[in-house]
Design a protein around this ligand. Structure first.
Ligand SMILES: Nc1ncnc2c1ncn2[C@@H]1O[C@H](COP(=O)(O)OP(=O)(O)O)[C@@H](O)[C@H]1O
Ligand SMILES: [Mg+2]
Length: 304
């Protein structure tokens, strides 16, 4: 029954019971940033909606099995086979509608403890090859959220600043509590305010105060917020680019021959991409710093 928690020390579940909180955008872009700086990263798409495919741009390609392999791994204990090099240093366990069947199998399983540990079992043998593993959780679908929470060392909770009600945070806290007997080391890495207006300082501060009140920890809200930009979000998803990749295109602009051929639309992009890319870079740094600090504190506790 026991799980090799040491191997799963760098697993983060990006979790919030609500849709539209920024889970998938944050998972994809933080993973891309961390991979870009040379770390080996695995992303797990545990959402039957499979939105991660759009952010990483592999929707409908040969590698997109719409969650079939991951569903078999979860429901029947088959080994997980990540798709490698979706970006340099970035591999993916692909999600999609097949995960609905896996969720049904996990919910109906007699041995609920084993069902909750299904994703932990899939990740255990894969984890040593990676520096960081991020799990994009579905909204709803308790069985898959539980499996993610039971596999993770850390929970990262994105929340919209304008709607991050106390109730939403209490729901997340309840979800984490549900697996605490199976995964006592699970800890809250932090809450990220997502889609905030740059001038909405007051709203941000109010949201912070509500979250602190609900979760009872002063330093629970991360310093970095991801600014609101529908233009950037839309262009990135439409082109299957991460925000920093979109920013590269914006900076380069269309080439003279694209303009001459009337293909200039492919280049360029929203001017706000640079600011959003900066936010993701700062978030990635903050996440890695928090994990590193926690690991160092732990190393000091344990006498050599
Ligand atoms: N910086 C941003 N500003 C505004 N909207 C964004 C931003 N980034 C992403 N979005 C949009 O917000 C919506 C929800 O984001 P998503 O990451 O899919 O949330 P979740 O995975 O929690 O459902 C998507 O339509 C996405 O395109
Ligand atoms: Mg999502």
């Amino acid at each position: 029954m026991s799980v090799d928690r040491e191997a799963l020390m760098r697993v983060i579940a990006v979790i919030n019971g609500k849709g539209g909180a920024g889970k998938t955008s944050i998972t994809a872009n933080v993973a891309g940033m961390v991979a870009n700086s040379g770390f080996r990263v695995l992303v797990v798409d545990s959402d039957p909606q499979g939105n991660l495919a759009e952010d990483l741009g592999y929707t409908g390609t040969d590698v997109d099995d719409e969650g079939q392999a991951l569903a078999a791994a979860l429901a029947f204990g088959q080994p997980g086979h990540p798709v490698t090099d979706v970006r340099p240093n970035l591999d993916v366990l692909i999600g999609g509608h097949h995960l609905d069947a896996a969720a049904a199998a996990l919910s109906a399983a007699k041995d609920q403890a084993a069902a909750r540990l299904a994703l932990a079992r899939v990740l255990e043998p894969l984890a040593p090859a990676y520096d960081l593993i991020l799990i994009d959780c579905p909204p709803g679908i308790e069985a898959l959220q539980n499996a993610a929470a039971a596999a993770a060392r850390w929970a990262l909770v994105p929340a919209k600043s304008d709607a991050s009600s106390r109730k939403g945070m209490l729901d997340v806290a309840r979800r984490l509590d549900a697996v605490v007997d199976l995964n006592p080391g699970l800890d809250l890495l932090g809450v990220v305010l997502f889609g905030t207006g740059t001038s909405a300082h007051r709203i941000k501060e109010e949201a912070r105060a509500r979250i602190v009140e609900a979760l009872g920890a002063e330093d629970v809200v991360l310093r970095t917020t991801i600014r609101h930009s529908e233009a950037t979000a839309h262009a990135a998803r439409e082109r299957g680019l991460l925000v920093h990749e979109l920013e590269d295109e914006v900076r380069k602009g269309p080439s003279w021959w694209q303009i001459r051929r009337g293909e200039a639309e492919g280049g360029g992009g929203p001017r706000t991409a640079g600011g959003v890319a900066d936010d993701y870079q700062s978030l990635a740094t903050e996440i890695v710093d928090r994990i590193t600090a926690a690991e160092q504190a732990l190393a000091q506790e344990v006498p050599a």
